[in-house]
Design a protein around this ligand. Structure first.
Ligand SMILES: Nc1nc2c(c(=O)[nH]1)N[C@H]1C(S)=C(S)[C@@H](COP(=O)(O)O)O[C@H]1N2
Ligand SMILES: [Mo]
Length: 301
C-alpha cells in the first residue's frame, strides 16, 4: 500500500466568512493602534490558508471555452449541459471504457481539502475543494505497466461554448501529468467547492486540482483520461512553448517571461492586497520536491 497523504484540516477549519472579515477588521484596528507587529505573525501563521469567499472563487475564473475575460465563465458557462456526463478512460488501462459520472461518484470517497491555488498571472486564492484522489480513479481503471503519463481532455461542444469560436487555444483543452504526479495523494479530482457541487464556471462536474502547479494545469469539465507512454501535448504549451512548459510547477525562482513569479496577489484580500512571497511548489515542497530530484527546473519548467 502506498502511503496515503492525510489532510488534517476539517470543515470546522474553514473560517466562516463573517468571522473572517471580523478578524481582519480587528487586525486592521490593532495596526491602526500602532500594534502592527501583532498582525504580522497572525498573517504569516494562519492567514495563508484562510479560504477565499464563494464569490471570489466563482466570479473570478478562467475557462477560455466561454471567453477569455475573467467574468465570461460566470456569464456563459450556465449554457453547458453537465448531465448526463461520462468520462472516457482509455489507453494503457485494464478496464477502458466510458464511465458514467454518477457511477464514478458512487465508488469514490469524497472529502474536503483546502488548497492554495496559484495562477501563472501571479494571483492566488485559497479554495476548499471537495473531491477524491485521482489515484483512486486510476486504480479503479487499472493502470498498466508501461504507462508513464496521463492525458486529459475537456468537453468540446461549440454550440454550448461561445469561446471556442475563437482559436485562442487548440480545442479541446488538453493537459497532462507524469504518472507519479498523477498518482500523488495531493492530486485531486474535484467535484465541488465549499461542500456544494462545482459550479459550471469552475469546471463542473469534474476537474483536476494539482496544488503545486500553476492553475492552468487544473483542467476543467473533463471528458477523457488517457494513460500513455508518451508525454502528451498540452494546450498552453502548444499555444506558446516559450511561456508554458509541461511541468509548470509553482517556482518563485523561475519567472514567466511576462510575470515575475517571486510574489503573488491574493484575490479579494481587500486592504491587505499587498503582494506576498510565493512559496516553492506553492507551499507543498515537503510533499512533492522528491518527484523532481535531479531535474533542472529552470529548463524543465
Ligand atoms: N478547460 C479549461 N480548463 C481550464 C482553463 C480553461 O480555459 N479551460 N483555464 C485554466 C486556468 S488558466 C486557470 S487559472 C484555472 C482557473 O480555475 P478557476 O476558474 O476554478 O479558478 O482553470 C484552468 N483550467
Ligand atoms: Mo491561469
Amino acid at each position: 500500500m502506498a502511503r496515503r497523504w492525510t489532510n488534517t484540516l476539517t470543515p470546522e477549519d474553514v473560517t466562516p466568512e463573517a468571522a473572517f472579515w471580523n478578524r481582519r477588521q480587528i487586525i486592521a484596528g490593532m495596526a491602526g493602534m500602532g500594534l502592527a507587529s501583532l498582525a504580522g505573525p497572525v498573517r504569516a501563521a494562519e492567514g495563508d490558508l484562510e479560504p477565499n469567499s464563494w464569490d471570489d472563487v466563482t466570479s473570478y475564473c478562467n475557462f477560455y471555452e466561454f471567453g477569455t475575460g475573467k467574468s465570461d465563465p460566470k456569464t456563459y458557462a450556465g449554457r453547458m449541459t453537465t448531465s448526463p456526463w461520462s468520462v472516457k478512460i482509455d489507453g494503457l488501462v485494464d478496464k477502458p471504457g466510458d464511465y458514467d459520472f454518477q457511477q464514478i461518484l458512487g465508488e469514490m470517497t469524497i472529502e474536503e481539502r483546502i488548497y492554495r491555488f496559484r495562477c501563472v498571472e501571479a494571483w492566488s486564492m485559497v479554495v476548499p475543494w471537495n473531491g477524491f484522489e485521482l489515484a483512486d480513479l486510476l486504480n479503479m481503471a487499472g493502470v498498466q505497466e508501461g504507462a508513464k503519463y496521463v492525458a486529459f481532455e475537456t468537453l468540446y461542444r461549440p454550440e454550448e461554448m461561445p469561446g471556442t469560436a475563437y482559436r485562442v487555444l487548440d480545442w479541446p483543452y488538453r493537459e497532462g501529468l507524469r504518472l507519479d504526479e498523477a498518482m500523488h495523494p495531493l492530486t485531486l479530482m474535484a467535484t465541488g467547492i465549499f461542500g456544494k457541487p462545482l459550479p459550471n464556471q469552475n469546471g463542473a462536474p469534474l476537474r483536476l486540482v494539482v496544488p503545486w502547479k500553476y492553475g492552468f494545469k487544473s483542467i476543467k469539465s473533463i471528458v477523457r483520461i488517457t494513460l500513455t507512454d508518451q508525454e502528451p501535448p498540452t494546450s498552453w504549451n502548444m499555444a506558446n512553448a516559450r511561456e508554458y512548459g509541461f511541468y509548470s510547477n509553482v517556482n518563485p525562482n523561475v519567472d514567466h517571461p511576462r510575470w515575475s513569479q517571486a510574489t503573488e496577489r491574493r484575490i479579494g484580500s481587500g486592504m491587505f492586497a499587498s503582494r506576498e512571497p510565493t512559496l516553492m511548489f506553492n507551499g507543498y515542497e515537503e510533499e512533492v520536491a522528491s518527484l523532481y530530484a535531479g531535474m533542472d527546473l529552470t529548463k524543465q519548467f
